[in-house]
Write a protein that binds this ligand. Structure first.
Ligand SMILES: C[S@@+](CC[C@H](N)C(=O)[O-])C[C@H]1O[C@@H](n2cnc3c(N)ncnc32)[C@H](O)[C@@H]1O
Length: 239
């Protein structure tokens, strides 16, 4: 029997947001591989999927380094993708769980690219992205009529960064992912560009310690959790 690799998006937090297709695949696979970021912290993606898992499925949690060191990251992705290929070559169906959607700023992408090059059969099961779930929860339409949307993977940028400044100047709805740490400078910037009034900060949506803040001024001086997102809407198109 042929093995296969699946990338499964489990959505942002609420287990009920896992798709029926994801549930069907979870019922079929032999092994579930889940990313564990810090020792002892477990896997958020696995916790979300847990209630949907069969008791007899094998679960493997693998640590991924939390670093910007590209050599360390590449080494880790190489090792884990080689390991997945070995499992698939023995006929196993292996699912890698990922938060939100697998093709949006996810570790899965690095594994997917490597395994595709190695000729491994792959199927990616989309998930509900964090920002779509946030838009629904807080009631901010992300795109209406002619409005434009940008997804930005950081809240930090160098002064004069043309791409970032052009987005702030020109785009109606901006999703800032990875809004962890301190977002004071971004709040200042959003005030200048007219996005502040229509901004909402959301951390750990659908998880036990969810935070929703409609007045982003209240997030000044706070070191935000990694799973934090800021959705900003230009005033003319604000709620
Ligand atoms: C590595 S990216 C993963 C994105 C994911 N693949 C998606 O489709 O949403 C991590 C970022 O996603 C956002 N995120 C994921 N889950 C979230 C949640 N439950 N609440 C708020 N933001 C979340 C945060 O911006 C976080 O820094």
């Amino acid at each position: 029997m042929n093995g296969k690799f699946y990338g499964i998006g489990v959505g942002p937090g609420d287990p009920d947001l896992l798709t029926i297709k994801a549930k069907k695949i979870l019922d079929e696979v032999d092994i579930i591989l889940a990313p564990e970021t810090k020792s002892g912290k477990g896997s958020t993606a696995l916790n979300i999927a847990q209630t949907h898992l069969n008791q007899d499925v094998e679960i493997i949690e693998r640590k991924f380094p939390m670093t910007y060191d590209i050599d360390v990251l590449n080494k880790s992705y190489d090792e884990i993708s080689n390991y997945i290929k070995e499992l698939v070559d023995t006929g196993k169906k292996v699912a890698f769980l990922t938060l939100g959607d697998p093709m949006v700023y996810s570790t899965y992408i690095y594994l997917f690219k490597r395994l595709k090059c190695k000729g491994v059969e792959i199927e990616t099961i989309p998930g509900i992205t964090s920002f779509c779930a946030i838009a629904s929860k807080v009631g901010i339409p992300l795109g209406e009529n002619e409005e434009t949307i940008a997804i930005v993977p950081s809240v930090y940028y160098e002064k004069g960064d043309e791409k970032f400044e052009s987005i702030l100047k020109n785009i109606d709805n901006i999703v800032f992912m990875k809004a962890s740490g301190d977002i004071d400078e971004l709040i200042d910037e959003l005030e200048h560009t007219g996005h502040k009034e229509g901004s909402v900060f959301v951390s750990r949506l659908g998880l036990d310690d969810e935070v929703i803040e409609n007045n982003i001024e209240n997030r000044r001086g706070i070191k935000n959790n990694y799973l934090s997102t800021l959705v900003a809407k230009k005033y003319s198109s604000a709620r």
